[in-house]
Ligand binder design. Structure first.
Ligand SMILES: [Fe+2]
Length: 226
């Protein structure tokens, strides 16, 4: 009697190849568009930001999947493809479009089980889900939770402060901007269901609260809610 070891359908080299495909796809989306289309200089509209966000969601999604007993390969591959169409499609259609690209890639590279391909593409297609996360299949829930959490925390605060520069705000607004990140993070924390996601949210919110409090303490007149 032995323990059944489930072989992962996605090896490290295959995963790296997929990641390179996603990065190239995002860069091409920006290169192919006409000048003056979208604000690519804006922190989170660039291919570089989008790819970094994707890798963050892979990392957070893996951690949640491991701790909730979800299929880690489904979650990490779905996370990798979830925003692949974000720079070329509208917000309303990017999830469906991303699912189509993921299916085409997975069906033409390697030898992935059809059930694996179906699970990945369903997760990508449904990652913008807005209702109760309790109703989602486990793997999709891991992806949605990871996507919500990347924007909470120190990372969200850094992006918001960077955006202030583009908006020509002065640093006196910093605590107010960080407070917005905190509010958004609190909304995300209220939505996540798994204990794993809740504990990540809790840790990340604590960092943002500290940052806001430190700013208010060190800079006179910098009161977030004033
Ligand atoms: Fe995302």
């Amino acid at each position: 009697m032995g323990v059944e070891i489930k072989e992962s359908p996605v090896g490290d080299a295959e995963f790296d190849e997929m990641a390179a495909f996603v990065r190239d796809y995002l860069e091409a989306s920006v290169e192919n568009e006409d000048d003056g289309g979208r604000m690519r200089w804006y922190p989170w509209h660039s291919a570089e930001y989008r790819f970094t966000h994707i890798l963050n969601v892979v990392d957070i999604g893996e951690r949640i999947a491991e701790r909730t007993g979800a299929d880690v390969d489904v979650v990490r591959v779905a996370a990798l493809f979830h925003d692949i169409a974000k720079l070329e499609a509208d917000q309303e259609t990017h999830a469906e479009e991303g699912a189509r690209i993921a299916r085409k890639y997975l069906e033409t590279h390697g030898d992935f089980p059809p059930s694996f391909v179906d699970q990945v593409t369903e997760a990508v297609a449904r990652h913008s889900y807005q209702d109760d996360l309790e109703d989602l299949p486990l793997e999709i829930r891991c992806l949605v939770e990871a996507d919500l959490l990347d924007k909470a925390g120190a990372n969200g605060a850094a992006l918001m402060l960077l955006r202030m520069g583009y908006e020509a705000r002065t640093h006196v607004d910093a605590a107010e901007m960080v407070d917005r990140v905190l509010e958004r993070g609190e909304d995300a924390a209220a939505r996540v269901e798994s204990d794993a996601a809740e504990s990540i949210a809790h840790r990340r919110l604590k960092r943002v609260r500290w940052l806001k409090e430190w700013l208010e303490e060190e800079v006179p007149g910098m009161d977030a809610r004033s």
